[in-house]
Design a protein around this ligand. Structure first.
Ligand SMILES: C[S@@+](CC[C@H](N)C(=O)[O-])C[C@H]1O[C@@H](n2cnc3c(N)ncnc32)[C@H](O)[C@@H]1O
Length: 200
């Protein structure tokens, strides 16, 4: 079993409710930014309950991937409600089974904060994305504001048992995963950061 999967399985029924307040304020703008850059055959890694699906609908082929069967069941239900055709696969994001350059776009949002090794997970998109394709990331990251960082330090302690990390910045780890940034932006106080990357 993937580390943290048991925890995520328990979140399936409540995840959308638990994130309802921050979803429109912090997460949705980042989802829109990502969706505007999605092209072609797309893989979403660690898709959770499928919160990106309303933004990604209309893509001609979409594969969503997560280690939690319970969360994927939510994503399948959401896809059905939206009339979005997806292939949903339960498996570990750090071992993607596709050949080199299989996807035009790989999306990963709000998930690199909760895997044990974010560089190991980033290496996979770097290999399955086409050399002219894009890896699109959004995550909550280390804030540019001291007060934000102070709160995040506390949250890191509180969230340790859930495997949650509040002060990572995937943008700064791209080169270790064979990726290079082509565009990045962040919201106020850099609470959430979006990155478009390509193979280095
Ligand atoms: C905070 S949720 C984010 C879900 C979704 N991407 C979003 O934007 O709302 C993190 C997700 O990462 C998944 N996850 C954690 N570790 C994983 C792994 N090793 N492989 C695949 N999925 C993983 C969890 O099951 C959970 O659905």
């Amino acid at each position: 079993m993937v580390e943290g999967q048991a925890y995520w399985d328990t979140q399936a029924a409540t995840y959308d409710r638990a994130t309802a307040w921050i979803e429109p304020r912090l997460l949705a703008p980042a989802r829109e930014w990502v969706a505007q850059r999605v092209r072609g055959h797309t893989l979403e890694v660690a898709a959770g309950t499928g919160a990106n699906l309303p933004y990604l609908r209309g893509r001609y082929e979409l594969v969503v991937w997560d280690s939690s069967g319970a969360l994927l069941a939510e994503a399948r239900g959401r896809a059905r409600d939206l009339g979005v055709d997806v292939t949903a696969v339960q498996a570990d994001a750090s071992r993607l089974p596709w050949p080199d350059a299989h996807f035009d776009t790989v999306v990963c949002t709000f998930a690199l904060c909760c895997v044990p090794d974010e560089v190991a997970v980033l290496r996979e998109p770097a290999s399955v994305v086409h050399p002219q394709g894009a890896v699109l990331l959004a995550d909550h990251v280390e804030s540019s504001a001291w007060l934000g960082r102070l709160v995040q330090r506390g949250l890191d302690v509180a969230g340790r048992r859930y495997g949650e990390h509040h002060r990572r910045r995937p943008l700064l780890r791209l080169s270790e995963a064979g990726l290079t940034a082509v565009e990045h932006t962040a919201g106020r106080y850099r609470l959430v950061e979006q990155v478009a990357a390509c193979r280095a």
